[in-house]
Write a protein that binds this ligand. Structure first.
Ligand code: FAD
Length: 411
């Protein structure tokens, strides 16, 4: 097992480190100020577009793509891990590099399953960072951890499909630049459970699409938004179908593997930042004659954070290596495992960092409170922890069963 980076990834990492120091960290306060001044929580602060242009000119663009493009030769998961980790340190950094969810997963779907027209109309502007997109699967009326429950209907009518349903928690759909929704629904409710679903492209301005409301997360109104959307007799041409009728479940599975590991890589970056803030604050605050960082209890938190972050990073790198070497399917248990382990680790680290900041840790003067809310949502988004544990347990039981059976045959 070799976790060393390719020369290209080494070069990009050094360029990204420089860009973060010189341009991104100094822009954090500017970003918040411009967003507040603009009066629209979903608006685009001008500094974001300035940073995007600079990232692109530095070659720091679309780094998540695993195949050769005009921007990179295609980075492996292992190569991408330290880059994504760096972007996880600042809330908007992934978007600056055109590497943010849900666009990355949607671009991957369009690359893998899109026709040449679909790629021209939607993939190209997404790759150039001109528009944004959303992925609409979850529904308020059914338990959506089990995607076979989805009720949204996609019915063929001549040369069109008609879509009816209600979705919620659709990330990215409040961004004024969001132009396209990838909607999952059922084309044939009588087919086998995993062949009922299809995916279809729905421009957000199609008549019958209504963005009803944005859902805050612990009171935080995320800039990209997580909206409830109603589809009322929405008609799109049949050429908007992605892949084949009944192929939606398989497309969803293809999308989620890389998306999940990217979340984990960025979350490790957030945990590193929280640990840095914890140490700096602990050394600068003095109580009862000594800096807080000299207290045994706080040092235990610092040590445990260091240990837990390093463990989580190695588990994530191992998963990335396994995906690169054996494919996403072979690494399904590890992908599910890191999706549980990494947010759990980061929540503990951020929580301790908040505690060391005292009351300040709970307010917006430090990034920790927002970081906590964002990390907590990852225990639900892209599947709740319990469903990922189910994947790990079922694979483990299967593996153990096979080992016992092989031993019995050999014996
Ligand atoms: C901030 C945020 C952003 C999101 N973004 C998107 C998005 O862009 N697009 C999209 O389509 N969806 C999105 N989601 C939705 C997310 O994927 C779902 O919330 C998640 O899959 C769970 O579905 P549900 O909410 O219907 O919970 P339910 O399916 O009702 O499950 C409720 C709870 O039951 C428990 N549970 C479920 N199954 C099991 C099991 N097998 N064993 C034990 N316990 C179990 C879990 O604790 C689970 O949390 C987002 C969610 C959040 C919070």
């Amino acid at each position: 097992m070799d976790f060393s980076l390719s020369p290209e990834a080494e070069r990009l990492r050094s360029e990204l480190l420089d860009f973060m120091q010189a341009r991104v960290y100094p822009a954090e306060a500017v970003f918040a100020e411009q967003l507040a001044q603009g009066g629209d929580p979903h608006g685009t602060p001008p500094v974001l577009d300035e940073l995007k242009a600079e990232a692109r000119s530095r070659g720091l663009w679309n780094l998540f793509l695993p195949h050769k493009t005009e921007w990179t030769d295609g980075l492996s998961n292992l190569d991408y891990a330290p880059l994504a980790e760096l972007t996880g340190r600042v809330s908007f950094a992934a978007e600056v590099l055109n590497c943010s969810a849900p666009d990355t997963g949607n671009m991957e779907i369009l690359t893998m399953f899109g026709t040449s027209e679909q790629r021209r109309d939607w993939l190209q502007p997404l790759l150039h960072g001109e528009i944004r997109s959303a992925f609409a699967m979850t529904e308020p009326a059914v338990a959506s951890s089990d995607a076979t429950n989805i009720e949204c209907s996609i019915v063929r009518d001549g040369g069109e499909y008609v879509i009816n349903g209600r979705k919620w928690w659709i990330s990215g759909s409040a961004d004024p630049r969001c132009r396209i929704l990838i909607v999952m629904g059922k084309t044939d409710a009588s087919a086998a459970p995993h062949a009922q679903q299809s995916m279809i492209l729905v421009p957000i301005d199609t008549p019958g699409v209504s963005v009803v409301r944005n859902l805050p997360v612990f009171g935080y109104v995320d800039r990209e938004g997580h909206c409830e959307i109603v589809f009322d007799d929405v008609r799109v041409p049949d050429s908007n179908l992605l892949g084949e009728e009944g192929g939606g479940f398989a497309i969803a599975q293809a999308r989620l593997g890389p998306g999940r590991i990217h979340h984990c890589m960025r979350t490790i970056g957030a945990a590193e930042r929280a640990l840095e803030l914890m140490c700096a604050r602990g050394e600068s605050r003095v109580t009862f004659g000594a800096p807080v960082a000299e207290r045994g209890q706080v040092q235990e938190w610092i040590a445990n954070a260091r240990i837990a972050i390093d463990q989580a990073r190695l588990y994530t790198l191992y998963t990335a290596w396994k995906m690169d070497e054996y494919g996403n399917r072979a690494a399904a248990s590890e992908i599910a495992g890191i999706k549980v382990a990494v947010p759990q680790m980061a929540l503990t680290v951020i929580d301790r960092a908040i505690q060391v900041h005292g009351g300040g840790g709970l307010c917006g003067d430090f990034p920790l409170a927002a970081m906590f809310a964002h990390t907590r949502l990852l225990q639900l988004a892209d599947g709740p922890d319990e469903v990922h544990r189910r994947t790990v347990a079922r694979r483990e039981l299967k593996r153990q069963r096979a080992t016992r059976e092989n031993a019995a045959v050999a014996g």
